[in-house]
Design a binder for this molecule. Structure first.
Ligand SMILES: *[C@@H]1O[C@H](CO)[C@@H](O)[C@H](O)[C@H]1NC(C)=O
Ligand SMILES: *[C@@H]1O[C@H](CO)[C@@H](O)[C@H](O)[C@H]1NC(C)=O
Ligand SMILES: *[C@@H]1O[C@H](CO)[C@@H](O)[C@H](O)[C@H]1NC(C)=O
Ligand SMILES: *[C@@H]1O[C@H](CO)[C@@H](O)[C@H](O)[C@H]1NC(C)=O
Length: 300
């Protein structure tokens, strides 16, 4: 890639300790989105994010995780997921009224921060923050274990990964993507750029070419809750088919780096590709609407 030198320099950035969807997943989603957004959208968000490089989205994709456990950022800790009260593998499904906590969930947060981005009367610093949350939460909502209630999204389920004890949430967030891409520990940006390039190709002219045309169906800025619920529902369905195909009890203590991994790979590729493609479409809609709204316009 033409900017691999720069990307290698980025690899030394320290990454947050607790990483939802891992940094690889989030950064890759952001690079895919940068590959698909319209030029005007890129310029619009480069301005809001004050970064005119090709890393303007990727560089902030894990910010929401980095503040989540700080005193200041604690208010946002529940915004990364929705606890769908499913009973895999027999019942999957998400219900906004039932599953979104009173103080917020990933679905309400996508709405909340999307509307802040569209509110051009807000201070630039608020809209900058809102952009960083939207970029992150569109990634999270595509991770099946962020749309799932069993043992706190699998955090309380101990399994094995190459004989080491880990929790199931971590396996989906990080272990599987890292195994897919090989050793990347100090270079998540390099690995993500390459992964994003690959998935971008698959969307444009590869295995996702025809399906991807359906991925942005029904996207509506006027109804972010319904839009995000569609994404959540899709992720949650994977909990029944791929996360707990035999139910949560039978997975405890199992080695997941073999057969389970093989079956998870196509799911993770698809979810990361979808998230990036949808993020691009969502940012296009926001940029288009917000740039047509002046400071005095009060339509929202
Ligand atoms: C843009 O973002 C990248 C990635 O976070 C960072 O390394 C670079 O310094 C930023 N550039 C500017 C002008 O802020
Ligand atoms: C919406 O965003 C603001 C600003 O970050 C936050 O204070 C508030 O709690 C959010 N509201 C909901 C319902 O998530
Ligand atoms: C993308 O990755 C897959 C493996 O996941 C590989 O088979 C394929 O050749 C790669 N495509 C490109 C264009 O790099
Ligand atoms: C949720 O997903 C199921 C299939 O997984 C589908 O039958 C149903 O229509 C979806 N519901 C919504 C609200 O998207």
């Amino acid at each position: 890639m033409k900017f691999s030198q720069k990307a290698i320099a980025l690899g030394v950035l320290s990454l947050p300790r607790a990483m939802a969807w891992g940094s690889l997943g989030h950064i890759t989603v952001a690079y895919i989105a940068s590959n698909f957004v319209k030029e005007d959208t890129a310029a619009y968000f480069q301005d809001i994010l004050k970064n005119d490089t090709e890393h303007y989205l990727a560089g902030v994709a894990t910010w929401a995780d980095s503040i989540r456990y700080t005193k200041w950022g604690h208010f946002s800790s529940n915004f990364h997921f929705i606890d769908a009260k499913d009973t895999p593998p027999t019942y999957c499904g998400v219900d906004f009224e039932r599953d979104c906590k009173k103080d917020g969930c990933v679905v309400s947060s996508i709405q909340n921060y999307t509307s802040q981005l569209l509110d051009t009367s807000l201070w630039p610093s608020r809209r900058n923050q809102a952009a960083k949350f939207v970029i992150h939460f569109l990634g999270d909502i595509h991770q099946p274990l962020h749309v799932e209630n069993v043992a706190h999204g699998g955090n309380g389920i101990h399994v094995k990964w190459n004989s080491n004890e880990v929790n199931l949430h971590h396996v989906w967030d990080t272990s599987i993507p890292e195994k897919m891409l090989g050793p990347i520990h100090r270079k998540p940006y390099v690995a993500s750029i390459q992964w994003a390039a690959n998935l971008t190709e698959q969307i444009k002219s590869g295995k996702y070419e025809s399906d991807s045309k359906l991925w942005t169906g029904g996207l509506s800025l006027d109804d972010p809750i319904t839009t995000a619920m569609g994404w959540a529902n899709e992720s949650n369905a994977l909990v029944c088919t791929h996360v707990f195909p035999e139910g949560p009890d039978t997975i405890v203590g199992q080695e997941l780096a073999g057969d389970y991994y093989e079956k998870a790979v196509p799911v993770i590729e698809l979810q990361v590709a979808k998230a990036g493609y949808r993020l691009a479409a969502w940012l296009d809609l926001i940029a288009e609407k917000a740039s047509g709204t002046s400071q005095l316009d009060d339509e929202l």
